[in-house]
Design a protein around this ligand. Structure first.
Ligand SMILES: C[S@@+](CC[C@H](N)C(=O)[O-])C[C@H]1O[C@@H](n2cnc3c(N)ncnc32)[C@H](O)[C@@H]1O
Length: 179
C-alpha cells in the first residue's frame, strides 16, 4: 500500500446480470487511474476476484474490499465525499476546492452509482460533482474525475509486484513476464 488509503472509490449498488462488466470496469479504472482502494457493495462483491486478478498480474498496490451496506459505509466515512452525478455541480467549478482539501491530507471517498442513488447520498456528500450535466457512465465520470484530481501525475505511476508488464509499442503488443 502507499500508506493510509487516500482515495477510496465506493461502488454503490450493483444490478446482477446487468452490471457485471460495469462494476469490474469501475474497479479497473479506479486502480489504473490512481485510487488506492475500491469498496464494492451488495452483490457487486461478486466482481472482487476479477479485479484482484488484474492487480495480481499487473501490479499494485490496490485494495479491493466489500461491504453489505454501502450507505452505512458512506455514512461512517471520515473525510471528504465526492458523489459523481449528472445532477451535481460542474467539475470545473469545484475541482480546485476538492484538490485543495485533498492536498492538505483529507482522504476522499469517491462514490459512483449503478441504478437510482438515494437522495440521502446527495445530502451526505461534501460535493455532488457532474462531469457534464449529461447522462453517461460511472466509468467515464470516474476516469475524468481522477484525472482532474491528480492532474495527470497518476499516469507516471510505478507499479509494484507485477507479474506482467506491458512495454509500450508504436505498433504491436509486447508483454514481458517478471520474475
Ligand atoms: C448509469 S448512471 C445511473 C444514474 C441514475 N439514473 C441516478 O439517478 O443516479 C450510473 C452512475 O453513473 C455516474 N454518472 C452518469 N453520468 C454522470 C455525469 N454526467 N457526471 C457524473 N457522474 C455520472 C453516476 O455516478 C451514476 O450514479
Amino acid at each position: 500500500m502507499r500508506g493510509t488509503p487516500d482515495v477510496t472509490v465506493l461502488r454503490l449498488g450493483h444490478r446482477p446480470g446487468r452490471d457485471e462488466r460495469m462494476t469490474t470496469h469501475v474497479g479497473l479504472t479506479a486502480r489504473a487511474l490512481g485510487a488506492d482502494r475500491i469498496v464494492l457493495s451488495g452483490q457487486g462483491v461478486s466482481r472482487r476476484g476479477a479485479i484482484e486478478d488484474i492487480t495480481d498480474r499487473f501490479g499494485g498496490p490496490f485494495a479491493v474490499e466489500g461491504t453489505d451496506d454501502g450507505e452505512k459505509f458512506l455514512e461512517d466515512w471520515e473525510g471528504g465525499i465526492v458523489h459523481l452525478t449528472m445532477y451535481g455541480l460542474e467539475i470545473q467549478a469545484v475541482e480546485q476546492e476538492i484538490r485543495d482539501r485533498f492536498d492538505v491530507g483529507t482522504p476522499l471517498l469517491v462514490v459512483v452509482g449503478a441504478g437510482k442513488v438515494p437522495f440521502e447520498i446527495y445530502e451526505r456528500s461534501t460535493w455532488n460533482v457532474a462531469v457534464t450535466n449529461q447522462p453517461h457512465s460511472e466509468v467515464a465520470s470516474l476516469a475524468v474525475f481522477l484525472d482532474r484530481l491528480f492532474q495527470g501525475t497518476q499516469l507516471d505511476r510505478e507499479w509494484e509486484d507485477a507479474d506482467h508488464e506491458v512495454v509500450p509499442q508504436a505498433v504491436g503488443k509486447r508483454v514481458e513476464q517478471r520474475d
